[in-house]
Design a protein around this ligand. Structure first.
Ligand code: SF4
Length: 363
Protein backbone atom coordinates (compact mmCIF):
# COMPACT_ATOMS: atom_id res chain seq x y z
CA UNK A 1 0.00 0.00 0.00
CA UNK A 2 1.42 3.35 -1.05
CA UNK A 3 2.60 5.62 1.79
CA UNK A 4 2.67 2.60 4.14
CA UNK A 5 4.85 -0.13 2.62
CA UNK A 6 7.80 2.11 1.80
CA UNK A 7 7.81 3.43 5.36
CA UNK A 8 7.83 -0.11 6.79
CA UNK A 9 10.64 -1.42 4.59
CA UNK A 10 12.94 -3.53 6.78
CA UNK A 11 16.13 -2.67 4.85
CA UNK A 12 15.41 1.05 5.08
CA UNK A 13 14.79 0.71 8.82
CA UNK A 14 17.99 -1.29 9.33
CA UNK A 15 19.99 1.36 7.48
CA UNK A 16 18.60 4.14 9.67
CA UNK A 17 19.28 2.08 12.80
CA UNK A 18 22.90 1.52 11.69
CA UNK A 19 23.31 5.22 10.96
CA UNK A 20 22.00 6.10 14.43
CA UNK A 21 24.42 3.64 16.05
CA UNK A 22 27.32 5.02 14.04
CA UNK A 23 26.47 8.65 14.94
CA UNK A 24 25.62 8.40 18.66
CA UNK A 25 28.72 8.82 20.84
CA UNK A 26 26.92 9.08 24.18
CA UNK A 27 23.57 8.44 25.88
CA UNK A 28 20.68 10.59 24.64
CA UNK A 29 17.04 10.67 25.66
CA UNK A 30 14.51 11.48 22.99
CA UNK A 31 10.80 11.94 23.72
CA UNK A 32 8.21 11.04 21.09
CA UNK A 33 5.38 13.43 21.79
CA UNK A 34 2.46 11.59 20.21
CA UNK A 35 0.71 8.50 21.51
CA UNK A 36 0.43 7.21 17.93
CA UNK A 37 4.23 7.31 17.73
CA UNK A 38 4.49 5.50 21.08
CA UNK A 39 2.18 2.82 19.75
CA UNK A 40 4.34 2.33 16.62
CA UNK A 41 7.58 2.28 18.63
CA UNK A 42 6.31 -0.43 20.94
CA UNK A 43 4.49 -2.38 18.24
CA UNK A 44 7.44 -2.51 15.85
CA UNK A 45 10.16 -2.75 18.50
CA UNK A 46 11.87 0.44 17.30
CA UNK A 47 13.55 0.96 20.67
CA UNK A 48 15.15 -2.50 20.43
CA UNK A 49 16.98 -1.36 17.27
CA UNK A 50 18.69 1.55 19.01
CA UNK A 51 22.17 1.50 20.53
CA UNK A 52 22.54 1.10 24.31
CA UNK A 53 22.07 4.41 26.06
CA UNK A 54 19.72 5.88 23.49
CA UNK A 55 16.43 5.93 25.35
CA UNK A 56 12.98 6.79 24.03
CA UNK A 57 10.69 8.57 26.48
CA UNK A 58 6.95 8.46 25.93
CA UNK A 59 5.27 11.85 25.91
CA UNK A 60 1.87 13.36 26.72
CA UNK A 61 0.44 13.33 23.20
CA UNK A 62 -2.53 11.07 23.78
CA UNK A 63 -5.64 13.27 23.99
CA UNK A 64 -7.71 10.60 25.73
CA UNK A 65 -5.00 10.16 28.37
CA UNK A 66 -4.64 13.84 29.27
CA UNK A 67 -8.33 14.75 29.42
CA UNK A 68 -8.70 15.72 33.10
CA UNK A 69 -10.72 13.60 35.47
CA UNK A 70 -12.95 16.60 36.25
CA UNK A 71 -13.92 16.77 32.58
CA UNK A 72 -14.86 13.08 32.48
CA UNK A 73 -16.96 13.58 35.62
CA UNK A 74 -18.53 16.67 34.05
CA UNK A 75 -19.36 14.65 30.92
CA UNK A 76 -20.97 11.99 33.10
CA UNK A 77 -23.02 14.59 34.96
CA UNK A 78 -24.26 16.17 31.71
CA UNK A 79 -25.00 12.77 30.12
CA UNK A 80 -27.15 11.89 33.15
CA UNK A 81 -29.41 14.92 32.71
CA UNK A 82 -32.90 14.17 31.38
CA UNK A 83 -33.35 14.82 27.67
CA UNK A 84 -29.65 15.01 26.88
CA UNK A 85 -28.11 13.07 24.00
CA UNK A 86 -24.39 12.88 24.76
CA UNK A 87 -22.19 12.23 21.69
CA UNK A 88 -18.54 11.28 21.75
CA UNK A 89 -15.80 9.52 19.85
CA UNK A 90 -15.75 5.90 21.02
CA UNK A 91 -12.40 5.98 22.75
CA UNK A 92 -13.68 8.40 25.41
CA UNK A 93 -16.40 6.05 26.62
CA UNK A 94 -14.16 3.77 28.65
CA UNK A 95 -12.03 6.49 30.23
CA UNK A 96 -12.61 6.13 33.96
CA UNK A 97 -13.98 9.10 35.85
CA UNK A 98 -13.90 9.19 39.62
CA UNK A 99 -16.63 6.57 40.00
CA UNK A 100 -17.85 5.56 36.56
CA UNK A 101 -17.37 5.95 32.82
CA UNK A 102 -19.61 6.84 29.88
CA UNK A 103 -20.11 3.18 28.93
CA UNK A 104 -21.55 2.46 32.38
CA UNK A 105 -23.68 5.59 32.14
CA UNK A 106 -25.02 4.30 28.80
CA UNK A 107 -25.75 0.86 30.27
CA UNK A 108 -27.63 2.56 33.10
CA UNK A 109 -29.93 4.38 30.68
CA UNK A 110 -28.19 7.59 29.67
CA UNK A 111 -28.48 8.37 25.94
CA UNK A 112 -24.77 8.20 25.11
CA UNK A 113 -23.96 7.78 21.41
CA UNK A 114 -20.70 7.08 19.57
CA UNK A 115 -20.14 9.32 16.56
CA UNK A 116 -17.32 9.52 14.03
CA UNK A 117 -17.44 13.26 13.47
CA UNK A 118 -18.78 16.32 15.30
CA UNK A 119 -20.92 16.90 12.20
CA UNK A 120 -22.68 13.59 12.98
CA UNK A 121 -23.60 15.05 16.36
CA UNK A 122 -24.80 18.21 14.67
CA UNK A 123 -27.06 16.13 12.43
CA UNK A 124 -28.43 14.29 15.49
CA UNK A 125 -29.23 17.70 16.98
CA UNK A 126 -31.03 18.76 13.79
CA UNK A 127 -33.14 15.60 13.93
CA UNK A 128 -33.94 15.93 17.66
CA UNK A 129 -35.02 19.53 18.09
CA UNK A 130 -36.73 18.86 21.40
CA UNK A 131 -33.57 17.52 23.02
CA UNK A 132 -30.17 18.91 23.96
CA UNK A 133 -27.31 17.30 22.02
CA UNK A 134 -23.83 17.64 23.52
CA UNK A 135 -20.63 16.68 21.73
CA UNK A 136 -17.50 15.88 23.75
CA UNK A 137 -14.85 17.99 21.99
CA UNK A 138 -11.46 16.60 22.96
CA UNK A 139 -8.09 16.37 21.26
CA UNK A 140 -5.10 18.37 20.15
CA UNK A 141 -4.68 20.78 17.24
CA UNK A 142 -5.62 17.91 14.91
CA UNK A 143 -9.29 17.65 15.91
CA UNK A 144 -9.84 21.34 16.70
CA UNK A 145 -10.62 22.46 13.12
CA UNK A 146 -13.47 19.95 12.63
CA UNK A 147 -14.89 20.78 16.05
CA UNK A 148 -14.67 24.50 15.33
CA UNK A 149 -16.46 23.96 12.03
CA UNK A 150 -19.28 22.07 13.76
CA UNK A 151 -19.87 24.91 16.23
CA UNK A 152 -19.70 27.53 13.51
CA UNK A 153 -22.12 25.49 11.41
CA UNK A 154 -24.52 25.12 14.34
CA UNK A 155 -24.65 28.90 14.72
CA UNK A 156 -24.94 29.51 10.98
CA UNK A 157 -27.86 27.07 10.65
CA UNK A 158 -29.51 28.13 13.89
CA UNK A 159 -29.26 24.68 15.49
CA UNK A 160 -29.62 25.96 19.04
CA UNK A 161 -29.85 22.55 20.76
CA UNK A 162 -26.26 21.64 19.83
CA UNK A 163 -23.44 22.36 22.29
CA UNK A 164 -19.91 21.20 22.88
CA UNK A 165 -18.12 20.19 26.06
CA UNK A 166 -14.67 21.45 25.11
CA UNK A 167 -11.50 19.92 26.47
CA UNK A 168 -8.99 20.76 23.76
CA UNK A 169 -5.29 20.83 24.56
CA UNK A 170 -2.33 22.37 22.73
CA UNK A 171 1.03 20.66 22.23
CA UNK A 172 3.63 23.49 22.35
CA UNK A 173 2.77 24.67 25.91
CA UNK A 174 3.06 21.05 27.10
CA UNK A 175 6.54 20.76 25.61
CA UNK A 176 7.52 24.00 27.35
CA UNK A 177 6.14 22.70 30.65
CA UNK A 178 8.07 19.41 30.34
CA UNK A 179 11.31 21.23 29.50
CA UNK A 180 10.82 23.66 32.39
CA UNK A 181 10.32 20.91 34.96
CA UNK A 182 13.25 20.26 37.30
CA UNK A 183 12.66 16.54 36.62
CA UNK A 184 12.95 16.92 32.85
CA UNK A 185 14.89 14.07 31.20
CA UNK A 186 14.39 15.12 27.58
CA UNK A 187 17.32 15.92 25.27
CA UNK A 188 15.27 16.16 22.06
CA UNK A 189 11.69 15.80 20.82
CA UNK A 190 10.05 13.94 17.99
CA UNK A 191 7.10 16.28 17.43
CA UNK A 192 3.87 14.85 16.03
CA UNK A 193 3.67 15.22 12.26
CA UNK A 194 -0.11 15.45 12.02
CA UNK A 195 -0.28 18.26 14.59
CA UNK A 196 2.21 20.27 12.53
CA UNK A 197 0.23 19.55 9.37
CA UNK A 198 -2.45 21.71 10.98
CA UNK A 199 -0.52 24.26 13.07
CA UNK A 200 2.79 24.47 11.23
CA UNK A 201 6.14 24.72 13.00
CA UNK A 202 6.59 28.36 13.96
CA UNK A 203 5.50 27.87 17.58
CA UNK A 204 8.24 25.30 18.09
CA UNK A 205 11.15 27.53 17.06
CA UNK A 206 11.29 29.69 20.22
CA UNK A 207 10.91 26.56 22.39
CA UNK A 208 13.84 24.82 20.67
CA UNK A 209 15.97 27.95 20.95
CA UNK A 210 15.06 28.83 24.56
CA UNK A 211 15.64 25.34 25.92
CA UNK A 212 18.46 24.38 23.55
CA UNK A 213 16.46 21.30 22.55
CA UNK A 214 16.16 19.90 19.00
CA UNK A 215 12.61 19.32 17.77
CA UNK A 216 12.12 17.10 14.72
CA UNK A 217 8.62 16.96 13.22
CA UNK A 218 8.17 13.24 12.58
CA UNK A 219 5.68 10.78 11.12
CA UNK A 220 4.34 7.56 12.54
CA UNK A 221 5.69 4.63 10.54
CA UNK A 222 8.88 2.77 11.52
CA UNK A 223 11.08 4.40 8.87
CA UNK A 224 9.67 7.83 9.81
CA UNK A 225 10.50 7.30 13.45
CA UNK A 226 14.01 5.99 12.82
CA UNK A 227 14.78 8.84 10.42
CA UNK A 228 13.43 11.34 12.98
CA UNK A 229 15.56 9.79 15.72
CA UNK A 230 18.59 9.96 13.41
CA UNK A 231 17.93 13.66 12.72
CA UNK A 232 17.69 14.29 16.49
CA UNK A 233 20.95 12.43 17.16
CA UNK A 234 22.79 14.35 14.42
CA UNK A 235 21.61 17.66 15.91
CA UNK A 236 22.54 16.63 19.43
CA UNK A 237 25.98 15.40 18.39
CA UNK A 238 26.59 18.66 16.48
CA UNK A 239 25.34 20.80 19.38
CA UNK A 240 22.47 22.24 17.34
CA UNK A 241 18.93 22.85 18.62
CA UNK A 242 16.70 23.52 15.63
CA UNK A 243 13.27 22.63 14.32
CA UNK A 244 13.57 20.18 11.42
CA UNK A 245 10.92 18.42 9.38
CA UNK A 246 11.06 14.68 8.71
CA UNK A 247 7.34 14.61 7.77
CA UNK A 248 7.63 16.89 4.73
CA UNK A 249 5.22 14.73 2.74
CA UNK A 250 2.40 16.17 4.86
CA UNK A 251 3.58 18.95 7.19
CA UNK A 252 4.53 22.39 5.89
CA UNK A 253 6.26 25.06 7.98
CA UNK A 254 3.24 27.36 7.64
CA UNK A 255 0.68 24.63 8.47
CA UNK A 256 -2.89 24.69 7.18
CA UNK A 257 -3.85 28.36 7.27
CA UNK A 258 -7.55 27.80 6.59
CA UNK A 259 -7.80 25.27 9.43
CA UNK A 260 -6.02 27.64 11.80
CA UNK A 261 -8.32 30.49 10.76
CA UNK A 262 -11.46 28.48 11.61
CA UNK A 263 -9.98 27.44 14.96
CA UNK A 264 -9.08 31.05 15.82
CA UNK A 265 -12.57 32.21 14.83
CA UNK A 266 -14.36 29.81 17.20
CA UNK A 267 -11.87 29.07 19.99
CA UNK A 268 -9.62 31.12 22.24
CA UNK A 269 -6.58 30.00 24.21
CA UNK A 270 -7.34 29.17 27.85
CA UNK A 271 -5.49 27.56 30.77
CA UNK A 272 -6.06 23.81 30.86
CA UNK A 273 -5.50 21.07 33.39
CA UNK A 274 -3.81 17.94 31.97
CA UNK A 275 -4.64 14.65 33.59
CA UNK A 276 -1.72 13.43 35.65
CA UNK A 277 0.35 16.53 34.90
CA UNK A 278 -1.66 19.43 36.33
CA UNK A 279 -2.41 22.99 35.24
CA UNK A 280 -0.49 24.32 32.24
CA UNK A 281 -1.05 28.00 31.37
CA UNK A 282 -2.39 28.78 27.90
CA UNK A 283 -2.43 25.08 26.99
CA UNK A 284 -6.05 24.62 25.97
CA UNK A 285 -8.83 25.91 23.77
CA UNK A 286 -12.24 27.09 24.93
CA UNK A 287 -15.14 28.57 22.99
CA UNK A 288 -15.10 32.30 22.38
CA UNK A 289 -17.80 34.30 24.24
CA UNK A 290 -19.71 34.88 21.00
CA UNK A 291 -20.29 31.09 20.82
CA UNK A 292 -21.42 30.84 24.47
CA UNK A 293 -24.85 29.51 23.43
CA UNK A 294 -23.05 26.35 22.24
CA UNK A 295 -20.82 25.99 25.32
CA UNK A 296 -22.04 22.93 27.25
CA UNK A 297 -19.97 23.80 30.29
CA UNK A 298 -21.80 27.11 30.61
CA UNK A 299 -25.22 25.74 29.65
CA UNK A 300 -25.31 22.80 32.07
CA UNK A 301 -24.68 23.80 35.61
CA UNK A 302 -23.28 20.59 37.08
CA UNK A 303 -21.98 22.22 40.26
CA UNK A 304 -18.61 21.75 41.88
CA UNK A 305 -16.84 18.56 40.93
CA UNK A 306 -14.22 17.10 43.24
CA UNK A 307 -12.14 14.27 41.86
CA UNK A 308 -9.87 11.58 43.13
CA UNK A 309 -7.30 9.66 41.07
CA UNK A 310 -6.44 6.09 42.13
CA UNK A 311 -3.41 6.58 44.38
CA UNK A 312 -1.51 3.69 42.76
CA UNK A 313 -1.65 5.21 39.26
CA UNK A 314 1.53 6.94 38.10
CA UNK A 315 0.25 7.83 34.62
CA UNK A 316 1.23 11.47 35.17
CA UNK A 317 4.87 10.42 35.49
CA UNK A 318 4.51 8.10 32.49
CA UNK A 319 3.08 10.97 30.42
CA UNK A 320 6.06 13.18 31.27
CA UNK A 321 8.65 10.52 30.39
CA UNK A 322 9.79 10.29 34.00
CA UNK A 323 8.70 6.66 34.51
CA UNK A 324 7.89 3.70 32.27
CA UNK A 325 4.71 1.63 32.82
CA UNK A 326 6.91 -1.03 34.45
CA UNK A 327 7.33 1.23 37.47
CA UNK A 328 3.61 0.97 38.25
CA UNK A 329 2.76 -1.84 40.69
CA UNK A 330 -0.71 -2.18 39.17
CA UNK A 331 0.49 -2.72 35.58
CA UNK A 332 -0.97 -5.91 34.15
CA UNK A 333 -2.45 -6.98 37.48
CA UNK A 334 -5.04 -4.59 38.89
CA UNK A 335 -4.78 -2.42 35.79
CA UNK A 336 -5.40 -3.93 32.34
CA UNK A 337 -7.23 -2.63 29.24
CA UNK A 338 -10.35 -4.47 30.50
CA UNK A 339 -10.08 -2.93 33.97
CA UNK A 340 -8.13 0.32 33.50
CA UNK A 341 -7.28 2.37 36.55
CA UNK A 342 -5.75 5.24 34.61
CA UNK A 343 -6.21 6.87 31.24
CA UNK A 344 -2.90 5.63 29.80
CA UNK A 345 -4.29 2.08 29.96
CA UNK A 346 -7.60 2.98 28.29
CA UNK A 347 -6.58 4.54 25.03
CA UNK A 348 -4.85 2.49 22.36
CA UNK A 349 -2.45 5.43 22.16
CA UNK A 350 -1.67 5.30 25.88
CA UNK A 351 1.80 4.03 26.79
CA UNK A 352 0.48 1.53 29.38
CA UNK A 353 -1.96 0.02 26.87
CA UNK A 354 0.75 -0.23 24.18
CA UNK A 355 3.13 -2.02 26.57
CA UNK A 356 0.35 -4.33 27.72
CA UNK A 357 -0.73 -5.18 24.20
CA UNK A 358 2.70 -5.83 22.72
CA UNK A 359 4.97 -6.71 25.66
CA UNK A 360 2.94 -7.50 28.77
CA UNK A 361 6.04 -6.59 30.78
CA UNK A 362 5.65 -2.83 31.12
CA UNK A 363 9.31 -2.29 30.23
S1 SF4 B 1 -0.63 0.68 34.57
FE1 SF4 B 1 -2.65 1.57 35.03
S2 SF4 B 1 -2.49 2.31 37.14
FE2 SF4 B 1 -0.39 1.99 36.36
S3 SF4 B 1 0.24 4.00 35.51
FE3 SF4 B 1 -0.64 2.80 33.82
S4 SF4 B 1 -2.80 3.44 33.81
FE4 SF4 B 1 -2.00 4.05 35.81
Amino acid sequence: MRYVDEYRDADVCRRYAAAITARATRAWRIMEVCGGQTHSIVRFGIDALLPPGLELLHGPGCPVCVTPLEMIDRALAIAAKPGVIFCSFGDMLRVPGTRSDLFCAKSEGADVRIVYSPLDALEIARQNQGREVVFFGVGFETTAPANAMAVREARRRGICNFSMLVSHVLVPPALSAILSSPRCRVDAFLAAGHVCTVMGMDEYRPIAARHRTPIVVTGFEPADLLQGIHMCVVQLEEGRAEVENQYARSARPEGNREAMRVVAEVFRVVPRKWRGIGDIPESGLGLRPEYAQHDAEALFNVGTISTEEPSVCISGLVLQGIEKPSACPAFGTRCTPETPLGATMVSSEGACAAYYRYRRTGS
